[in-house]
Write a protein that binds this ligand. Structure first.
Ligand code: DC
Length: 226
């Protein structure tokens, strides 16, 4: 087991994991893993290859030719597939839904494990996703499960997309979030569940700053002293 500290932040989409993880990583000077971006990149590449997203073998065949690069950026990770920066496409709802589909597949999940673990580098890592605390970094120094009501999450997601110039209808988003939650939580491999030793935070009524404060104050001494 590595002694490099990891803080994991798992939870459903729109709970604020990404923003909280970014702020936390910046406060601590840690590296950042946006594991959703890894699944989104895989899904996008599979789509580019016209793979059948309901067929594991077809998706795995497509992934054999994937060359993805993840570069840290203050606004979130920048992702390259080959020599093309695909970051704008990565954030589309269609890509998120496709990611949720390929993330159901055991072989896909196994194929991205090493990539995700390679982000664990000194002085430490903040990793956000669905199974960071349960599967990818079970020995994390602090595990957080961040949730929020479905309505709050839909509104936040709509605002995020609007800021990027993408207009959405809230009721459609609510439905998509519901379907994605259901798929992420009920899947056989690495379902979205809180680790038994996770600190559970409901962010519905909390600002990002308040969530970050709660996490910082829960950090074990060995991490803050390091
Ligand atoms: O966090 P996000 O919306 O970018 O994630 C996109 C999809 O990827 C999400 O629906 C489920 C999947 N995912 C996953 O299964 N495991 C992770 N650790 C991160 C994301």
């Amino acid at each position: 087991m590595s002694s490099i500290p990891v803080i994991t932040i798992d939870g459903p989409s729109g709970a604020g994991k990404g923003t909280v993880a970014r702020q936390l990583a910046s406060e601590l000077g840690y590296h950042l893993l946006d594991s959703g971006a890894v699944y989104r990149a895989a899904a996008l590449h599979a789509l580019h290859c016209n793979a059948d997203l309901d067929d594991e073998r077809s998706v795995m065949n497509a992934l054999a030719s994937m060359h993805a690069r993840f570069e840290p950026h203050p606004d979130g990770v920048q992702v390259w597939l080959g020599d093309k920066n695909v970051t704008p496409d990565l954030r589309l709802e269609t890509t998120g839904n496709a990611a949720s589909k390929v993330a159901l597949m055991r072989r896909v999940r196994e194929s991205v494990l090493d990539e995700q673990r390679s982000f664990r580098q000194a002085p430490g890592l903040v990793a956000d996703g669905r199974d960071m605390g349960t599967i990818v970094f079970p020995d994390a120094q602090l595990k957080v499960f961040l949730s929020a009501s479905r309505e709050v999450r839909a509104k936040r997601r709509a605002k995020q997309l609007k800021d990027k110039g993408i207009e959405v209808i809230i009721s459609d988003l609510l439905q998509e979030i519901g379907a994605r939650d259901e798929r992420d939580s009920s899947r056989e491999h690495s379902p979205l569940v809180a680790a038994h030793d996770a600190l559970i935070i409901d962010s519905s009524e909390l600002s990002i700053g308040a969530v970050v404060e709660q996490i910082l104050s829960a950090l074990p001494r060995e991490v803050t002293a390091g």
